[in-house]
Design a protein around this ligand. Structure first.
Ligand SMILES: [Zn+2]
Length: 237
């Protein structure tokens, strides 16, 4: 199991760790601040330095609780070596701002317009979500984005914590759907991200600590992919 420093402090940019497994250009550490791709948020990139040698981190995946870094070349050390990590903060901070923005967007659609959402994707320069809200069109999407900006400007604090499976199953907002309940039943604890008293989601991502850090959201695209799949793309200024 790799200790996920990004869950303990989303603002950690550099860290010291120890190599737990090295296999050609795949490297696992005892702990890491490099986010592993999941939940629509792509992996971090950056550098790992060990025994005076520098490696670029190109990809990060989690496999059975172990976070595996894909390096630009074969790792020259062995298990037990010290390693320093430095994440590409500009990219990560953009991903954090977009991730929190998507949660606010989903919450606005859900709370004010009674629409559901079907997953989304975050990039360092844009993000999108597909909504199940048949009446959603470009004009309503513009209204929604204005509502998102008004919520963002309230300066909600954003926090994460772990709750037990039983607590999660008892929360009607977290366990809304049968697939959602099924997912919770497989976990011993559930990580949740709360945006003030405005939103609560099961989530493994990294978020800004206050919605004001997001900035201003702008509608970048609207795509009608069917009556139950309306894609809203946003950019942040
Ligand atoms: Zn999320």
């Amino acid at each position: 199991m790799t200790r996920k420093l990004y869950w303990e402090d989303a603002y950690l940019k550099e860290f010291d760790a120890m190599v737990s497994r090295a296999d050609a250009n795949l490297l696992a550490l005892d702990k890491t601040a490099f986010y592993a791709t999941s939940g629509g948020q792509p992996n971090d990139m950056g550098k790992i330095i060990s025994e005076g040698k520098e490696y670029s981190v190109l990809d990060v995946k989690e496999e059975n609780g172990e976070v595996v870094h894909t390096l630009d070349r074969n790792f020259e050390g062995t298990a037990g070596a010290k390693a320093d990590g430095k994440i590409d903060w500009e990219r990560r901070y953009a991903l954090m701002r977009y991730h929190t923005a998507l949660h606010v967007l989903c919450a606005v659609v859900e709370n004010k317009h009674k629409g559901g959402w079907k997953g989304g994707m975050i990039y360092a320069d844009k993000a999108h979500v597909d909504f199940d809200l048949p009446i959603l069109n470009k004009e309503l999407a513009e209204t929604v984005v204005n509502e998102v900006n008004s919520e963002i400007s309230k300066g909600y604090s954003v926090s994460s914590r772990f709750i037990t499976r039983e607590e999660a199953l008892a929360d009607p907002h977290l366990a809304k759907t049968e697939p959602g309940k099924e997912l919770i039943r497989k976990l011993s604890q559930v990580r949740i991200v709360e945006i003030g008293d405005f939103d609560i989601q099961m989530d493994g991502g990294t978020h800004v600590s206050n919605t004001k850090e997001i900035g201003t959201v702008r509608l970048a695209g609207f795509d009608n992919k069917g009556s139950h799949r309306k894609r809203v793309e946003i950019v942040i200024r």
